[in-house]
Design a protein around this ligand. Structure first.
Ligand SMILES: [Zn+2]
Ligand SMILES: [Zn+2]
Length: 131
């Protein structure tokens, strides 16, 4: 875990929480419950899967198959892309699936309701899209 103690976007103090590999929904209670159950059951049935993607041709991020689809509903302006740009599944290039995903820890901003890995991804994307 990195040295951050405060949220890079809103400067709220960060908490430490359990997470799945997904940077987007990784701290949600539902995703944690599903992954814990999958680990217990030795991934014996189809469930959420986690993969590494190259986002916007620049950043490697870990996402679950559900959040990858959800990204298309995120306003591109949130990442400071131009208004005309729509976020497409092709903005996330599949690199490889994560075998045996495990529960980890990350910091979490209670105000933004996002984990640090996602906040840093937003921050880095905004940096390549200066206003
Ligand atoms: Zn997810
Ligand atoms: Zn925040």
């Amino acid at each position: 875990m990195d040295k951050f103690t405060h949220c890079p976007l809103c400067y709220e103090e960060l908490l430490v929480v359990e997470t799945t590999p997904c940077i987007s929904c990784g701290s949600s209670k539902t995703s944690l419950k599903i992954l814990k159950q999958d680990i217990e059951e030795n991934f014996s049935h189809d469930s959420i899967n986690y993969s590494i993607y190259r986002a916007f041709e620049k950043f490697e991020v870990m996402l679950c198959n559900i959040c990858t689809l959800d990204f298309t509903s995120v306003a591109s302006e949130f990442f400071r892309f131009k208004k005309e740009k729509t976020i497409n599944p092709s903005d996330f290039q599949f690199l490889k699936i994560i075998k045996n995903p495990a529960i980890g820890k990350d910091k979490f901003c209670p105000s933004c309701n996002m984990r640090l890995a996602y906040l840093l991804f937003i921050e880095k994307t905004r940096e390549i899209n200066p206003r």
